[in-house]
Write a protein that binds this ligand. Structure first.
Ligand code: ADP
Length: 504
């Protein structure tokens, strides 16, 4: 378990396509064209593998935001998108997916150098996932509709009644920095399938792929004003979007703290709101598991994307009969997860996204140590010439009062605890403000179903983790969210339902 000192964390040279994307003029995509900001402020783009500034993008002004909302409003009100035959909208959505696939290599590299995630990971998770959201939702463009319904209190044949599914209107969609392209596509796809229009704001740390996505959406033939992409800070541009009287719905993914603020801010105008927020997801390992399979699986549950995942399996509960073997098995994955520069083809884990996040995660590790936790693995920073690396970390000897057990760290840090019986572990697993996801590892099918039913979480995985699919609804219990994304439920969040009742 010695520190891996032999890894060269120098970043590789960027491809020509990426250099071109980095050199683009900072502009906003509004009403189907690239436009200058009304102001002159920009935000720097850093490569987290080096800490160096590599590009910049616009910090949108209030005027820019208003311009984007006006474009989305006009595009919704004149029905240029919702009025198109669903088959035409479906085709355009597939075309966006085709273009994402055609530009997959560039998008994976851009995502890697913007977020710090390994390019190889972005190529198999983020980019195909982004295309899949458009393909899945494209199918709904022509299939979602209302139904006829006989009234309950009136004689048969007296009335003809039916429901219409109508797009909710102009959407403001705000996404975080951990899966920028995937989250952007996950947000825009139901907008296009339902006939809404949108203003998407990526996170201030990671806006590169959203800007490239605007090019692809344009090329695919989405009419002007239907999708607008604006960059900038949350407390300025994001806030203006959330409070804007011409916005009908807010869809947000990010921290619980900001989600609560957004919910409050959207209340004055009673906007529709869906929130996908934080988590502190428990992973329960039962005594019957095959440790050789489970240890790498529960390691991946926390170390994938450097633990910067809302569903990260950050609280491990292993039965006391297997606890030592499971954590030893996890410690054996140390070299596999050793952080490397994002363009290193050998890498499975990169740096954290920013200096701020680096400091925050190390702060939590220090707090854990001060509170009496033991560091079984990691807990420190590897050697590098710049960049925001943290070694994958396992903390043991923890208790439920510690901040490392209660709070979302959003880094490669797992707290491992023993349990003796099922009631105890279910109680401990549910002892959190969050309810986003949970995992169970067992060969006992009945136990898996029983535990899945008792865990307070929007998603429960059995013998796997973080398997997310466009067809399956995703949403949080408790303070992890409001509403759902993905699947039919995710589409429904973009509809109003109208009842039409006619006397015959
Ligand atoms: P994280 O903690 O993961 O950085 P945040 O919740 O702070 O996530 O941010 C997620 C997204 O929300 C980003 O796009 C950010 O710009 C935006 N945001 C932050 N604060 C606000 C706000 N007050 N109103 C609207 N959007 C915001």
């Amino acid at each position: 378990m010695n520190e891996v000192t032999t890894i060269d964390r120098t970043q590789r040279e960027y491809s020509d396509a990426v250099k071109k994307a980095l050199a683009r003029k900072p502009q906003l995509y509004i009403n189907g064209e690239w436009v200058d900001s009304s102001g002159d402020q920009t935000i720097d783009v850093e490569d987290p593998s080096t800490g160096k500034v590599i590009s910049s993008f616009v910090e949108a002004t209030d005027k820019d935001i208003d311009r984007a909302v006006a474009a989305a409003r006009a595009a919704f009100d004149d029905r240029r998108w919702r009025g198109m035959p669903p088959v035409a909208r479906e085709k355009i959505m597939h075309k966006i997916a085709d273009l994402i696939e055609a530009n997959a290599d560039e998008l994976a590299e851009l995502e890697a150098i913007d977020v710090g995630k390994p390019k190889g990971m972005a190529a198999v998770v983020d980019v195909p996932g982004a295309a899949a959201h458009f393909r899945y939702m494209a199918g709904w463009a022509g299939k979602a509709g209302g139904e006829t319904q006989s009234p309950y209190s009136m004689p048969d044949g007296m009335m003809f009644a039916y429901t219409l599914k109508e797009p909710v209107g102009v959407c403001a969609q705000i996404v975080p920095w951990n899966f920028p392209l995937l989250m952007g596509c996950l947000k825009i796809a139901p907008v296009l399938a339902s006939g809404c229009t949108t203003i998407l704001k990526p996170a201030e740390q990671t806006s590169l792929t959203a800007l490239r996505l605007a090019d692809l959406i344009h090329e695919a033939g989405v009419p002007a004003g239907v999708v607008n992409i604006v960059t900038g800070y949350g407390h300025t541009g994001g806030d203006r979007l959330v409070k804007h009287p011409d916005v009908d719905k807010v869809a947000f993914t990010g921290s619980t703290e900001i989600g609560k603020l957004i919910n409050r801010n959207a209340t004055d105008t009673l906007k529709h709101v869906t929130l996908e927020l934080g988590g502190k997801s428990p992973v329960v390992v039962m005594p019957d598991v095959d440790v050789a399979e489970t240890a790498p699986g529960v390691s991946q549950a926390i170390f994938f994307n450097s633990g910067q995942v809302c569903v990260a399996g950050s609280r491990l509960y292993a039965h006391k009969s297997v606890f030592d073997k499971v954590v030893e098995g996890m410690a054996e994955t140390k070299d596999f997860w050793a952080p490397r520069a994002s363009l290193d083809p050998e890498g499975h884990m990169g740096p954290l996204v920013s200096a701020e996040q680096h400091e925050r995660v190390l702060g939590y590790i220090d707090a854990g140590k001060r509170d009496g936790a033991s560091v079984l693995m990691g807990g420190d920073v590897p050697s590098s010439d710049g960049g925001y690396y943290v070694n994958p970390t396992i903390l043991t000897d923890v208790n439920p009062q510690m901040s490392v057990v209660r709070e979302e760290i959003f880094g490669p840090v797992v707290v491992a605890q023993r349990f003796e019986d099922l009631d105890e572990v279910v109680k401990d697993a549910n002892d959190t403000q969050y309810g986003l996801a949970a995992g169970v590892w067992t060969k006992d099918v009945a136990a898996a179903h029983k535990i899945a039913a008792r865990l307070q979480a929007g998603t429960v995985w059995v013998n796997c983790h973080a398997m997310i699919d466009p067809a399956l609804p995703f949403g949080g219990y408790k303070e992890s969210g409001v509403g759902h994304e993905q699947g039919r439920l995710g589409l429904e969040a973009y509809f109003e339902t109208k009842s039409v009742i006619m006397k015959l």
